[in-house]
Design a protein around this ligand. Structure first.
Ligand SMILES: Cc1cc2nc3c(=O)[nH]c(=O)nc-3n(C[C@H](O)[C@H](O)[C@H](O)COP(=O)(O)OP(=O)(O)OC[C@H]3O[C@@H](n4cnc5c(N)ncnc54)[C@H](O)[C@@H]3O)c2cc1C
Length: 495
């Protein structure tokens, strides 16, 4: 996996850690003087007010990242009147605005694509030149030379070529936007989902903040695709926030791009002179403290930096978010000076772009009706399967993702796909990746549309109907699930 390493031996309590270069930093605020913060219990009373209803729909999706985009398209294609609320000016979430343009593996270790459906259709829409990755015939190849070539280009791991391309974020934004509009869903930008609209114990819409002030959208079903569980958290649903600072998925940082780079020259030097590369990394760490290596992008003249990763900050506290932005931007300038002076291929590098969206790997994880856990990495098929994830390494079997991981334990009217789905911290290390967010987003959109149409809560949706609709939308499910559906006479016409 792009970011993930082989699991280290079980730690305390049998937990597996995915230790990479994780940088422990002093607590937020220690570095800079602060405007004095009010005592924690100080508060003001906000007067009650009327909130205009901006729209009514069947399915409201809050958050237009990978999960939200896939959810909106999937729901609208089933005929649901769908609105997609996004606080920024673009779709794609961290995959575009976060410059996480290296899309993790969609193939299993035999080279078979297992994350399909929306993911496949979306990437197929990108124009030539906007996607860099191995050709289809190379997926799964274990030829040493081919794998070595692609390993340097983040598309081979454990000696196997994988479908894990790097994409142009601007074309990804546009493709997502056009897919949403063509599906019949309506995007609404510059709208920050602030509070769920509650009716009894169920979510029936959301209030958003905008330049027009606070406005409400009413919906039969809400898909929380904020990545941080903003909606389900404010609706009172339980979440897990367990983090281990030694674990990469707790880290945050703002990614950036350098232009004017000669990446082929850099990669050739790195491959030919590994000791010189190791020495460059050592000197970089010595000079800067926190130091990151460049990754390939969709172009030979653009380098991608998805770190240094900063640990010890909260993704849901504004002071910490601010501190990470400040530190990441300073690190960007320091890296530019160092790379220009010392790294082959970087003499003419310039600051091209820092990510408009803060890179958050983990904030809250839903406590769901079900959960994907480490025990499920043995190839067992969840009866309520809505998709299949490639496992972390060839040592494990494909991981079946159940619908229950999207459904809150108690809260009604809401589904939660994407990086805040219900899973253990270890499984989160790969379920948070972009392809898996497309997968769970598409399933949530399908289920939300079916729930809205049937007038039932998401937890009461017929899972077999969800599976059938997913297959019709090109998604991949385990053979056992497909066979089970084929045996069902109602399933004759799926293809
Ligand atoms: C630095 C870094 C490196 C990574 N590397 C990789 C990698 O190499 N490969 C890979 O596949 N994955 C990688 N990931 C993981 C991956 O990028 C994310 O986990 C994935 O994008 C999550 O998708 P999502 O749709 O759940 O959430 P997000 O991508 O976070 O999208 C959420 C969207 O919701 C919007 N939103 C949030 N709150 C609100 C609100 N209240 N109202 C309205 N809109 C809101 C946001 O603006 C955003 O557009 C990396 C992540 C980080 C941070």
């Amino acid at each position: 996996m792009s970011e993930n390493k082989e699991p280290a031996p079980p730690g305390e309590g049998g937990r597996l850690f995915y230790q990479s270069e994780v940088f422990r930093v002093e607590p937020a605020g220690a570095a800079r003087p602060r405007v004095s913060r009010a005592p924690s219990r100080a508060s003001i009373a906000e007067p009650a007010r009327e909130v205009p209803v901006h729209a009514e729909c069947d399915v409201l999706v809050v958050g237009g990242g990978p999960a939200g985009t896939a959810a909106a398209v999937a729901a609208a294609r089933l005929g649901a009147r769908t609105l997609l609320l996004e606080r920024h000016n673009h779709l794609g979430g961290l995959a575009t605005g976060g410059l996480v343009i290296w899309i993790d593996r969609m193939t299993d270790w035999d080279g078979r694509p297992v994350i399909r459906g929306f993911a496949e259709e979306y990437l197929d829409r990108l124009p030539r030149g906007a996607v860099a990755g191995p050709p289809r015939e190379a997926w799964g190849s274990r030829d040493a030379a081919t794998a070595a070539w692609w390993a340097l280009r983040t598309a081979a791991f454990h000696g196997t070529v994988t479908w894990s391309p790097t994409c142009d974020p601007e074309w990804m934004k546009l493709a997502a936007q056009e897919m949403v509009i063509e599906s019949g869903a309506e995007p609404l930008f510059h709208a920050w989902g602030a509070m769920p609209v509650m009716e009894g114990g169920a979510v029936r819409g959301a209030v958003f903040e905008s330049k027009q002030g606070r406005r409400a959208v009413l919906a039969r079903v809400v898909v929380d695709a904020t990545g941080d569980g903003d909606l389900f958290h404010r609706a009172g649903a339980a979440s897990s926030e367990d983090v281990d600072e030694r674990d990469i998925h707790h880290c945050m940082n703002t990614a950036w791009l350098f232009g004017g780079v000669d990446m082929p020259a850099f990669l050739a030097w790195r491959a030919e002179k590994p000791q010189e590369f190791a020495e460059l990394m050592r000197r970089g760490r010595e000079a800067l403290g926190l130091f990151e290596k460049p990754f390939v992008s969709w172009r030979d003249d653009v380098a991608l930096f998805m770190g240094p990763r900063l640990a010890g900050f909260s993704a849901v506290q504004v002071d910490d978010q601010t501190e990470v932005e400040i530190r990441s931007h300073r690190l960007m300038a320091q890296h530019l000076a160092f790379y220009r002076a010392h790294a082959p291929g970087f003499a003419g590098a310039f600051l091209m772009l820092s990510a408009p969206q803060l890179g958050v790997r983990h904030a809250r994880r839903l406590v769901g009706v079900g959960a994907v856990t480490r025990e499920g990495w043995d190839g067992r098929v969840a009866p309520d399967e809505i998709g299949v994830s490639p496992p972390l390494s060839p040592k494990f079997r494909n991981v079946s993702v159940g619908y229950g991981a999207l459904v809150p334990e108690r809260l009604d009217g809401l589904l939660a796909p994407g990086r805040h789905l219900s899973c253990d911290a270890t499984s989160h290390s790969f379920l948070r990746e972009i392809p898996q967010c497309w997968l769970t987003g598409q399933a949530a959109g399908v289920a939300a549309a079916l729930a809205a149409e049937a007038g039932v809560e998401p937890r009461a949706v017929d899972v077999r109907a969800v599976q059938r609709a997913l297959l019709r939308q090109g998604a991949h499910l385990s053979e056992a699930v497909v066979r089970g559906l084929e045996d069902n006479p109602k399933m004759k016409n799926f293809s």
